[in-house]
Design a protein around this ligand. Structure first.
Ligand code: ATP
Length: 945
């Protein structure tokens, strides 16, 4: 055997890709890696190896530097045009020298720069939020370090770490197995092998392909069955995955349907606006007598400015920011969203199909009842503290016969068990599966001490539990009967009973009659009817010779001796009942899909208000149903019990065929297909497997059903906020475009032409339009994006998936506001000038300042309108302090631009009097009042339908 690393030369073995660890024996691997199997590495050693070997990560592509991202803000065609215009304007100034400074050029440059800074900040914020999200769902690994089991970020694994793996884990690094219990992994990603591969610890002789190295497990593959312990041999880019993957491509930014829709709307709007700008320029050239390059230039620059102002080019960035900020809020509520698109879909969820154990219930199991051949026993005590009494159901003490049966049953339950009961700071806690933990607690209450019994029986093999099998067994050598092995099995009573041929009565097995089988099943139903989760236990003794393999299959789980039934409570979560009610009020139907007994499931479902009757459909019934029958059944069945993961997939598909948007929870490896198929796959953060988390769109950090409902509320809130600022931005922009367009078309009627000397007359100047865009599209739009979630969102039915973000009603509102804005602004313009429809007496510059201010005020009043299509603008005004702050800021900026001399020059404004301000405000407020009136009409019409 070749020695692959020189033990003397640490640096070498740590920094080189270890060759062929599969050809070394387990002890040899541990020696070479300088690690003790029981204690693992010390924390210090792990840290020093981490420094040498680097993180256990695939190298990512170089990120785009900040300066390039900033420059990218200037790549938009319109911005380039605007910059070109500013240059020409500066050039003209050099030529004409008509002012002390090139004010117009400076103003345009400043605004373009400010817009770029704003765009960059928004984008950076969105990227940060997305990076934080990725961080939250970073992989974890369970390792042995300093002799204790602990969970560390997978990125911190180093060669030599001892890792623990079980069903559903993603293998975090390449490793050599040193212990395996029926371990199987799916290696398709690496070797193309589509079926799970069985893994063991035996040394491989000779050089073999990756797929035949059955004592190695590889980073990025998934454990599909069993458990194991392994020593890490390669991390990061030195893993097999690192070698084939090469550089990890920077994660692609995903586009959500909403972002795609907005990009489409943006483009369409851009085209319309450019067309309008062209018509407008043509009209000016046609109507007015343009003389000189400078006048011509003014007109062209106005066209470009209008296009820049009206095209909501920042929209995708604002939407991403709103989505990712919402996602951060969701994370605070313990719902971790893995894809931005899920936020949108969440708001449309119509069905939440949820597990029971741990999601609707607390997953804090306590054994309450044990039923054996000679009687029923009640167990007292709460929680995991092993303090409680066993009494007969009728109140008396346990007689000899019953006690011996109960002890046998609890003993077997304690043997077929992977959990551990520990006392920490006076509190009893369970490491592992709570169902198994509860069995250990009950055994202690019955006076069974692990140490006393454990010496006689030593576990030699295990046939692991899976949701499909609903059984698990352990095989033990028996010191008192060395020629025999002892098999302890526990599992779902209906499944286990079918594998039993005898029953334990007193101290002896007796053949199970049909009558007794029925009695046992009836007892099971009775316990389940009291909302108890039931399990059965059985055992068997087998001659050692008949049991040859250390990796047995389920053939040994036959001819078992039934020992008893065990019933445990798993109280519903307090918040689950309210969450179910909230979901219903929001038009969402909660349904329960569980592996548990139908009676247990129904009892809990009724208690939580998921269903009124006790009609549950079982997995076996599902199997007998055609797809058509199932499509029909899913419309009113709310509880599915004793189901396998593949049934979940059928249920999701049937619901979807009914046109419903489905959120579905799952935790096991085999739940992955159903999670992927669901519109929103929801995985459990605490008890869920890596495989299920990877398949999911959202992970619940607290495994709680109420968290899903809270996330739906957030999802709806985010969507409603996005609608708010869309309404605002679009109606404001359309208002600007209409003002300019009609201002030019109606030049004569407004008295504008009369006001001109030899210069071209424009309703508003290019710089003013850009300013309006900057002042109103910035802070007020952002403030709308963070409007607190309106509680009413959970009183409405879910938004249909196909309904776009901009409905016909929203468009109607947008155009209405646009028209009012244009009419009002042009009225002020006309009234400030001599001639036209309304007589005035001001100069052109004064009239433009008045119109400019009115347009800004229109947009500030319009912020309130934009909060709803139907609801009054005056509702919940005190909820968003940001909004008031943003309005105050915009007002201050407007005051600055009118009164500060330098800005007056840059934006061609004049000081206004208090009366002027009052007049502008009065006209601008009309948009609020008129829109309120139109909403009253809308509401009245809605009521009539
Ligand atoms: P849910 O799908 O709501 O999480 P569940 O946890 O009850 O429900 P499973 O874990 O698939 O679903 O369990 C199905 C049945 O298998 C249980 O009702 C129980 O009888 C049995 N069972 C559960 N855990 C074990 C275990 N560790 N060993 C043996 N049998 C078990």
């Amino acid at each position: 055997m070749t020695e692959i690393w020189s033990p003397e030369d640490r640096t070498e073995y740590l920094e080189q890709q270890p060759a062929e660890p599969y050809r070394l024996g387990t002890e040899q691997v541990l020696t070479v890696l300088r690690v003790d199997k029981g204690a693992g590495l010390s924390r210090r050693e792990a840290r020093s190896r981490l420094e040498r070997c680097g993180k256990n990560e695939l190298r990512a592509e170089e990120p785009v530097p900040a300066w390039r991202k900033f420059l990218a803000q200037f790549t938009d065609v319109l911005v380039v045009l605007l910059l070109a215009a500013a240059f020409v304007s500066a050039g003209l100034w050099l030529y004409e020298r008509d002012a002390a400074l090139p004010y117009e050029a400076i103003a345009i440059f400043a605004i373009v720069l400010l817009n770029a800074v704003m765009g960059y900040c928004q984008q950076a914020r969105a990227e940060q939020a997305i990076a934080a999200l990725r961080q939250m769902s970073a992989a974890q690994a369970r390792v042995v370090r300093d002799g204790a089991h602990q969970t560390v970020p997978a990125a911190e694994l180093v060669p030599g770490d001892i890792i623990l793996l079980e069903e559903g884990d993603t293998v975090p690094a390449d490793a050599r197995l040193i212990q395996s219990t029926a371990l199987q992994t799916a290696e398709a990603a690496l070797t193309g092998e589509s079926l799970p591969v069985r893994k063991d610890t035996a040394t491989v002789t000779g050089e073999v392909e990756l797929g035949d190295r059955h004592n190695m497990i590889y980073s990025g593959t998934a454990v599909t069955y069993g458990r194991g312990l392994a020593a890490v041999t390669a991390t990061g880019m030195r893993t097999e995955m690192g070698r084939i993957a090469g550089m990890l491509r920077a994660a692609q930014d995903e586009t959500t349907p909403l972002q795609a829709e907005l990009t489409r709307v943006g483009k369409l709007l851009g085209l319309v606006v450019v067309a309008i700008a062209v018509v407008m320029i043509a009209t000016i050239l046609f109507v007015e007598d343009i003389q000189g390059v400078s006048a011509l230039f003014d007109v062209l620059i106005l066209g470009v400015a209008l296009a820049v102002a009206a095209v909501p080019e920042g929209l995708p960035a604002i939407v991403t920011a709103a989505l990712s900020l919402g996602v951060q809020r969701m994370a605070q509520k313990k719902a971790i969203v893995r894809h931005l698109a899920a936020v949108e879909t969440l708001g449309s969820a119509e069905v939440i199909a949820t597990d029971k154990t741990g999601t609707l219930t607390k997953n804090e199991m306590t054994v309450r009842a044990v039923a054996t051949a000679s009687g029923h026993v009640t167990v007292s005590g709460i929680g995991y503290a092993p303090v409680g009494q066993l009494t007969r159901d009728d109140g008396g003490d346990l007689d000899e016969l019953l006690r011996s049966e109960v002890e046998c049953a609890l003993f077997a339950a304690e043997q077929a068990n992977n959990a551990a009961l520990q006392e920490q700071d006076g509190r009893w806690i369970v490491q592992g599966d709570p169902t198994e933990g509860a069995l250990i607690v009950a055994a202690r209450k019955a006076g069974l001490e692990a140490a006393a019994l454990g010496n006689r029986f030593v576990r030699i093999a295990e046939i692991p539990f899976s949701s499909e099998r609903k059984l698990m067994s352990t095989v033990h050598s028996d010191a008192e009967h060395q020629e025999h092995v002892f098999i302890a099995t526990k599992g779902a009573p209906d499944v286990l009973l079918a594998r039993c041929s005898h029953e334990f009565v007193g101290r002896h097995p007796r053949a199970l009659t049909e009558e007794r089988r029925n009695e046992i099943l009836a007892t099971n139903e009775e316990l389940a009817g009291k909302a108890l989760r039931t399990l059965a236990v059985a055992s068997r003794s087998l001659p050692k010779d008949n049991f040859g393999s250390s990796a047995p299959d389920d053939a040994v789980e036959q001819d078992l001796v039934f020992l008893g039934l065990i019933g445990m409570i798993d109280p519903p979560r307090e918040e689950a009942r309210e969450a179910v009610a909230r979901a219903r009020a929001a038009g969402i139907r909660p349904i329960m899909i569980t592996g548990d007994h139908p009676r247990t499931a129904s009892a809990i479902a009724v208690e939580l208000g998921i269903m009124a009757d006790t009609r549950a459909v079982t997995g076996a019934q599902l199997e007998g149903m055609s797809d058509e029958a199932l499509d029909h059944a899913v419309r009113d069945v709310s509880v599915y019990a004793r189901v396998n993961p593949e049934h979940k997939l059928r249920i999701v598909q049937a619901l979807q065929r009914n046109g419903l948007t489905v959120a579905m929870t799952g935790d096991g490896v085999n739940d992955a297909p159903a999670l992927k198929a669901a519109d929103i796959g929801v995985a459990m953060g605490m008890t869920g497997t890596d495989v299920s988390k990877e398949a999911a769109d959202m992970v619940l950090a607290d495994d709680n059903f109420a968290t899903i409902v809270a996330a739906v509320e957030e999802g709806r809130g985010i969507f409603s906020n996005i609608r708010k600022f869309l309404r605002y931005l679009l109606s404001s922009n359309i208002g600007e475009v209409m003002t300019m367009f009609f201002g030019v078309v109606l030049i004569e009627a407004l008295g504008l032409s009369g006001a001109s000397g030899d210069k071209v007359v424009l309703p508003l100047l290019a710089t003013q339009i850009l300013w309006i865009n900057f002042v109103t599209d910035g802070a007020p739009a952002l403030a709308l994006g963070v409007d607190p979630v309106d509680p009413a969102v959970m009183r409405r039915p879910p938004r249909p998936r196909e309904e776009g973000v901009l409905t016909p009603r929203t468009w109607a509102g947008i155009i209405f506001v646009g028209v009012v804005t244009a009419v009002g602004t042009l009225f002020v313009l006309d009234a400030s000038l001599p001639g036209g429809l309304v007589e005035g007496s001001g100069t052109l510059r004064y009239a433009q300042t008045m119109a400019f201010t009115t347009l800004v005020l229109f947009q500030l009043f319009n912020v309130f309108n934009a909060r709803s299509d139907e609801g009054s603008a005056f509702e919940g005004l005190d909820r968003n302090a940001w909004l008031w702050g943003a309005i105050a800021l915009a007002l201050l900026l407007q005051i600055a631009v009118i009164y500060i001399p330098f800005l007056q020059k840059a934006f061609s404004t004049v000081s206004l009097s208090v009366c002027d301000w009052l007049f502008c405000t009065a006209v601008a407020s009309s948009v609020l009042l008129l829109r309120e009136l139109s909403k009253v009409v809308t509401r009245a019409m809605d009521r009539r339908h």
